[in-house]
Design a binder for this molecule. Structure first.
Ligand code: CP
Length: 317
């Protein structure tokens, strides 16, 4: 694996899941593989799980790790080419990226969607600049349109908990006070569509996702109908994808909050969320604290997904 940006980089999924199992069963087996190799993790946005799990994964592989928070202590970066840099930005990303590349063997990048310009976000401008100019393998730690390390961990978790070969997986929109990117739901849909599970995507009208991620999943606007018979309920908020209201919040209706009444309509479904989660907006206290909530093992599997990906990249160096 040269770069890890989407599910396409780990196909076939069966092999990827087998490698993940191998990593989980014996996390310290490859301590020599990363010896004298350095991972640079670059964050344009905040993180708890991605930062800790990816660092832990790299340490399990014997690597050195450097973390750079662009917004805390680094020079403010200009990302647009052709700009006259007479403002508050001291360094251009086109110098910064190759410099960063010269200090490491691979780079993890977190760069969320700005939610102002859909074409800019969906062209993955920042992530692609790292791929083009760093000279090193790059993996996504959540970019503008996808969060593949999260989706891989989600899939590993579903495989561990599923009671039927082809579970019904409901991904439901849920309310949030702020405008959030579509990266997690896009990516989750893309990964589940690469399996033979049944995927239902439920959301209010106006929250349709990019069709390239939805593919043949069933889209349901009736929240109660969506829950019926689900084996997994994956909750997530996202802002509007449609060009007209791109990046906006147009609904905060708490009838979409995951609660015990709707969970009772499922096939005793497990509750999942990538975290961080707004309690009693996205999900009620009762549901997230129930024995069927698997948000903690799901987060723990972030080490497994990251370690599998970093190990495969190390093997190519
Ligand atoms: N799920 C996830 O990526 O968490 P962080 O934003 O805390 O890294």
């Amino acid at each position: 694996m040269k770069n890890f940006l989407s599910v396409k980089d780990v196909l076939p999924l069966k092999t990827a899941l087998d490698l993940a199992k191998e990593v989980k069963a014996n996390p310290y087996a490859d301590q020599q593989l990363g010896k004298n190799k350095t991972l640079l993790m670059v964050f344009f946005n905040a993180s708890l799980r991605t930062r800790l799990s990816t660092q832990k994964a790299a340490m399990n592989l014997g690597m050195n790790v450097i973390v750079l928070d662009i917004n805390q202590g680094a020079w403010k970066l200009e990302t647009e080419r052709g700009v006259i840099m007479d403002g508050d930005k001291s360094e251009h990303i086109l110098e910064a990226i190759p410099v960063m590349g010269s200090y490491c063997d691979m780079i993890g990048v977190r760069a969320f969607a700005g939610l102002k310009d859909r074409a800019y976000d969906y062209n993955e401008v920042i992530l692609n600049q790292f791929i083009e100019y760093s000279g090193k393998p790059v993996f996504s730690m959540e970019a503008a349109t996808r969060h593949p390390l999260q989706s891989f961990a989600d899939l590993i978790t579903i495989e561990e908990y599923k009671k039927t070969a082809k579970p019904k997986v409901l991904m439901t929109w849920a309310p949030h006070p702020n405008a959030l990117p579509q990266a997690v739901p896009n990516s989750f849909a893309e990964w589940i569509n690469a399996t033979d599970y049944e995927l239902v995507i439920a959301h209010p009208e106006g929250y349709e996702l990019d069709p390239q991620f939805v593919q043949n999943a069933k889209v349901e606007y009736d929240v109660e109908k969506a829950y019926q018979g689900a084996d997994f309920v994956y909750a997530k908020n996202w802002s509007v994808y449609a060009e007209k209201n791109y990046g906006q919040v147009i609904n905060k209706d708490r009838k979409w909050t995951v609660d015990t009444r709707k969970m009772a309509m499922t096939n005793n479904a497990y509750f999942m969320h990538c975290l961080p989660v707004r309690r009693n907006m996205i999900v009620t206290d009762d549901v997230i604290e129930a024995p069927t909530s698997i948000v903690i093992p799901e987060a723990a599997n972030r080490v497994v997904s990251a370690q599998m990906v970093i190990r495969e990249i190390l093997r190519t160096l």
